[in-house]
Design a binder for this molecule. Structure first.
Ligand SMILES: O=C([O-])C(=O)C[C@H](O)[C@@H](O)C(=O)[O-]
Ligand SMILES: [Mg+2]
Length: 418
């Protein structure tokens, strides 16, 4: 199974004005779709970020992989490492510090997933079986709530409407739970004064008694604020996610609040694990195969977490169905991933590059797709439409702060701000 050809296609799809500590989502979200084709005519799919600097590395790497066997992932990683010469950072900073290793892992992941898709198709088994077999038939996801404007400025309101206060947040949760059946809730914070976000959690706790809740201010709070908020929310949070920046800051908070702390910001690559574990900075790691180097490397990290007593959840950016399928296969094969995963899927409102039908939500969980490989098929018409949207949307990298500054010229991204 020799790689003959790799198609790399950037796409854009509509995204609502979701607010976070970095600013606000632009009207279009970007992704890159990777299709690896072998000499035997088998093809496999991968999905990754769409920012131009990353896309360029993905394109350059694709050329370097032609001629390799789809099983040769160590050689694939080495070739990609030699192509990815420098560190690629996101403007939004929401997934923590960029390092060289993380930059390579991010590029490698899309190709690794595509090769696993091919290997699963060739063997007639789902990707889950290549990762050790399923420990759950369906993967639970959480309702991922955002403060948001009713619509993008100058455009019609979207169907989710405005959510700028506790009542709006509760209404958004009710809509998501009604449509998807989610059984846990995450609120993206770091947008308003901490008191207002604490009130929103209290309102959710009252409206959905017993439902596990998380709050994620994306490091917008100081240590002192995090401790105060954590204590005020005692008994109401399953975990508090990245209240404050960096491992030492998280360690100080963790020692003083009653709930576990989770992260997708201070532990984002292997070198962060030893200090975080030594300092007891986090109790829950949000895995994300897109930057932890694909599915197999993520499974290795999961195993390390089991050794050191860290629990697991899963992080999500705006994504499409190839990513949802990959996330579901990984989570279904990871025994210690016991918290419901994050997903942006509801915000994508049905837009996708995969043929509808193989991915669905049942009681808030996605059943592992039945077909071989990832179990999803590329919808080539949809891909062409979304690629055209990419060419015309005028956005080449995600810039939440820059977009926010169009409406609030003094805005700066919030880090240990409150
Ligand atoms: O910290 C997190 O969970 C994220 O970074 C998730 C997403 O990036 C989210 O914050 C977003 O897209 O605004
Ligand atoms: Mg987070």
């Amino acid at each position: 199974m020799i790689i003959r050809r790799i198609e790399v296609t950037p796409v854009a799809f509509r995204d609502p004005p979701l607010l976070n500590a970095a600013g606000v989502h632009e009207p279009w979200a970007l992704r890159t779709i990777v299709e690896v084709v072998t000499d035997e005519g088998l093809s496999g799919l991968g999905e990754t970020y769409g920012d131009l600097e990353h896309l360029t590395k993905v394109r350059d790497s694709a050329e370097a992989l032609v001629g390799l066997d789809v099983h040769a992932t160590n050689e694939m990683y080495a070739r990609i490492a030699s192509v990815v010469g420098d560190v690629v950072s996101d403007l939004h900073g929401l997934t923590g510090m960029a390092t060289r290793e993380k930059s390579v892992d991010r590029v490698f992941a899309a190709f690794e997933v595509a090769c696993l898709d091919i290997r699963g198709r060739a063997a007639g088994v789902p990707v889950t079986d290549l990762l050790g077999g399923r420990v759950r038939d369906a993967v639970p996801y959480s309702a991922y709530l955002f403060y948001k404007w009713a619509g993008h400025p100058g455009a019609e309101p979207d169907r989710f409407g405005e959510a700028l206060d506790p009542a709006g947040v509760v209404a958004q949760a009710a809509l998501m739970i009604k449509e998807y059946g989610f059984a846990s809730i995450k609120l993206k914070g770091g947008v308003f004064q901490p008191e207002q976000e604490i009130e929103a959690i209290k309102a959710l706790h009252e409206a959905f008694p017993g439902m596990p809740l998380r709050l994620d201010p994306n490091a917008a709070w100081t240590v002192e604020t995090s401790v105060r908020a954590g204590r005020e929310l005692a008994g109401k949070l399953e975990y508090l996610e990245d209240p404050t920046p960096d491992i030492p800051g998280m360690a100080r908070v963790a020692a003083q609040v009653p709930m576990p702390l989770a992260t997708n910001m201070c532990v984002v690559t292997r070198e962060h694990l030893p200090p975080a574990i030594a300092q007891h900075a986090v109790q829950v790691l949000l895995l994300d195969h897109h930057y932890w180097g694909g599915l197999v490397r993520s499974a290795h990290v999961a195993s390390l977490c089991a050794t050191f007593g860290l629990e697991l959840s899963m992080h999500s950016n705006s994504h499409l169905g190839i990513s949802l399928a990959a996330m579901t296969h990984l989570a279904a094969a990871t025994p210690n991933l016991t918290h419901a995963c994050d997903t942006h899927t509801p915000w994508q409102n049905g837009q996708d590059v995969v043929v509808p039908g193989s991915l669905r939500f049942v009681d808030g969980a996605v059943p592992v797709p039945a077909g071989p490989g990832l179990g999803v098929e590329l919808d080539r018409d949809a891909l062409a439409v979304m690629h055209e949207q990419y060419l015309t949307c005028g956005i080449v990298r995600r810039d939440d702060a820059g977009y926010m500054r169009r409406f609030d010229s003094a805005f700066t991204a919030r880090r240990a701000f409150w």
